[in-house]
Design a protein around this ligand. Structure first.
Ligand SMILES: Nc1ncnc2c1ncn2[C@@H]1O[C@H](COP(=O)(O)OP(=O)(O)O)[C@@H](O)[C@H]1O
Ligand SMILES: [Mg+2]
Length: 195
């Protein structure tokens, strides 16, 4: 199973999603972002960092998640060859949509199934408007998944743990984390349909 997380825009949740999926699917992350810091929180057993001018390891078999940086990376073409799915996370804000559209057009050339993740959502109207923007500008029938804005994801990011596991721990946390945990389980299920 090979999943690519791509958007030329930074700060849209690529590394958050890569982390949560790697912990859920028990896979390696190949970190292609030269500024990425995932090995600090997740450790070098999980994260394999590839420098900007280094070749990507040719992984034919085996489970891996590719976490890209926020720029147009030519290595996308290479890693797409064995990919099952390309996830494009984006924030439904005006300043994110142009770059997201550009990223989508680049990803479309790869002929790999694409799933948009509308991330850090504050209200439903933003989702509707941003999805319509992409549909109108591409005439494509796109598939998307929604993740709300929540502090819980920021907290587990710092700890490098799975939100689903974190929600299972006892006490007050359970209540606070239950909802986002259910959402992330749904994301995992949605992704499994592509594999
Ligand atoms: N759904 C969310 N709710 C709240 N904060 C989020 C959410 N998704 C990501 N973040 C936060 O946004 C910031 C950028 O996310 P990150 O995954 O590093 O983006 P990217 O890898 O695309 O640059 C991080 O601080 C992360 O914790
Ligand atoms: Mg990142």
């Amino acid at each position: 199973m090979q999943i690519i997380i791509y958007n030329q825009k930074g700060g849209v949740g690529k590394s958050m999603i890569a982390t949560q999926l790697a912990l859920s699917f028990d896979t390696t992350i190949v970190e292609l972002d030269p500024y990425g810091m995932l090995s600090d929180t997740l450790g070098k057993d999980i994260v394999y960092k590839v420098g900007l001018n280094e070749n990507v390891p040719n992984i034919k078999e085996g489970d891996v998640i590719y976490d890209f940086g926020g720029f147009d990376d030519l290595r996308l073409d290479e890693v797409s060859k064995n990919a099952d799915l390309i996830i494009i996370p984006f924030n439904p804000t005006i300043n994110s949509l142009g770059t997201t559209l550009k990223s989508y057009k680049r990803v479309k050339e790869q002929n790999v199934p694409i799933l948009f993740v509308v991330n850090a959502v504050l209200n439903d109207k933003d989702v509707e408007e941003s999805i319509n923007f992409i549909k109108e500008n591409t005439q494509d029938d796109i598939e998307y998944f929604v993740i709300p804005h929540t502090r819980a994801l920021q907290t587990v990011e710092n700890e490098g743990v799975s939100i689903i596991e974190f929600a299972n721990t006892s006490g007050l946390r359970k209540h606070t984390y239950r909802k986002i945990s259910a959402t992330m389980k749904d994301l995992v299920k949605t992704i499994e349909e592509y594999l």
